[in-house]
Design a protein around this ligand. Structure first.
Ligand SMILES: NC(=O)c1ccc[n+]([C@@H]2O[C@H](COP(=O)([O-])OP(=O)(O)OC[C@H]3O[C@@H](n4cnc5c(N)ncnc54)[C@H](O)[C@@H]3O)[C@@H](O)[C@H]2O)c1
Ligand SMILES: [Zn+2]
Length: 362
């Protein structure tokens, strides 16, 4: 045991904590390890959370497969994971944040930094923003795919006791989807097209449904994600590889399109499926650099192309909507694996034809 482990927490919150935690660590491309890492000594404003579930995200898969996610390149081992929920086992020593015993979701962002202008009410755009499990900066920001994680109490969002932690594991990606849908404007009675029905697209379908969209078409290359999207509220589905797909997508003439495939082809479909004067919200992350997309249509059809990046306080709305049942998204979760089987879990998560959201159980 380290000295940290034997130091009791604030009165009433002491618990013997292990000195190390089993964690899922990306070392380099193709080198994912499940191993113990030292549990950091909590700063006064940080709590110790016993992690219950962690959802595997595209960025985790990129670090595993390529040793990089976009511009963020691994320069050393990093604990993955930002879609985590658990229970506080030791509250922050400074008295901030939830008490021991509180189930919590985690807001993975730490906004900050200087050097670029951004609207003050949109801290997700701050230039120095760090995110759990991100190699955007060095030293990297460790994630929380670990049996125990030390997290700043300001990241912790108390969950209603009635909300199962397994469902709450979707809070982070659902917040991404909620933010994207909020960028689309008022959806009541609107016709929506969602291109790419992976977890983000499927969650966006559910959020659009809740926001009052009357007609939601989901497009994907595979049947499985389309089945999930239909279960979450898509009224029509289109297989992107089918012969008449291009014509059917163009015929949607959607008021709002959400691009959630993260591919240039998907964005091309999104542009073609928007009605004249419509809005395309781009939440799928494209590779950096130039992309072949028919942007000229955006000019002559007066399309609005809108970006969407992470989220801010939408996480609180998502937790409330999951808790009151108005956002029902359990269908997105297709698999659960013990953390020790993380490699198998990552392989399943990387195959969009068989899986939606894959959870690790710690
Ligand atoms: N902007 C943000 O803040 C943010 C946050 C999280 C994830 N993302 C991105 O959102 C995207 C979706 O995330 P996810 O977890 O659902 O990923 P995912 O890879 O599980 O899902 C993508 C889906 O798009 C489908 N697809 C691929 N090409 C297509 C095409 N041409 N037409 C139709 N469908 C196609 C795939 O079959 C897959 O089902 C990714 O690019 C991810 O990086 C963005
Ligand atoms: Zn994620």
């Amino acid at each position: 045991m380290s000295s940290e482990a034997s130091v009791p927490g604030p009165a009433g919150h002491s618990e013997d904590l292990p000195a190390e935690a089993l964690a899922v660590v990306a070392h380099a491309a193709g080198d994912l390890r499940v191993r113990t890492v030292p549990l950091p000594v909590p700063a006064p404003d940080s709590a110790v959370v016993r992690i219950a579930f962690g959802g595997i995200c595209g960025s985790d898969l990129h670090y595993w497969k390529h040793g990089a996610a976009g511009e963020s390149v691994l320069k050393g081992p990093m604990v993955l994971g930002h879609e985590v929920v658990g229970t506080v086992v030791r509250s922050a020593a400074d008295g901030s944040g939830p008490a021991a015993g509180t189930p919590v979701a985690v807001h993975p962002a730490t906004p900050g930094g200087a050097g670029a202008r951004y609207p003050a009410d949109r801290p997700n755009l701050s230039p120095g923003c760090t995110y759990l499990g991100s190699a955007a900066r060095f030293p990297h920001t460790d994630g929380a795919f670990a049996r125990h994680a030390v997290l700043p109490s300001r990241m912790l969002r108390p969950l209603p006791q009635t909300l199962p932690l397994r469902t709450a594991a979707l809070v982070e990606p659902a917040s991404v989807a909620w933010h994207a849908v909020s960028r689309a404007g008022d959806l009541r009675g609107k016709r929506v097209l969602v291109v790419g029905a992976g977890p983000i697209g499927a969650l966006a379908v559910a959020v659009c449904r809740r926001a009052g969209a009357s007609d939601i078409t989901a497009v994907d290359l595979h049947r499985k994600p389309l089945e999930i999207a239909a279960g979450l509220g898509a009224t029509r589905t289109i297989e992107a590889g089918s012969d008449d797909a291009a014509a059917r997508i163009a015929a949607v003439e959607a008021d709002v399109v959400l691009e959630s495939s993260g591919s240039a082809r998907g964005l091309a479909s999104a542009v073609s499926g928007a009605m004249r004067g419509g809005r395309v919200v781009m939440v799928g992350l494209l590779p950096s650099g130039n992309q072949p997309v028919p942007v000229s249509l955006a000019i002559t059809r007066e399309l609005e192309l809108v970006g969407s990046f992470r989220f801010n306080d939408e996480i609180d709305d998502v937790i409330a909507a999951l808790a009151d049942g108005s956002l029902a998204v359990d269908g997105v979760i297709t698999h659960g694996f013990a953390a020790a089987d993380a490699l198998e879990a990552f392989e399943v998560a990387a195959d969009a034809s068989v899986s939606g959201k894959v959870l690790l159980e710690f």
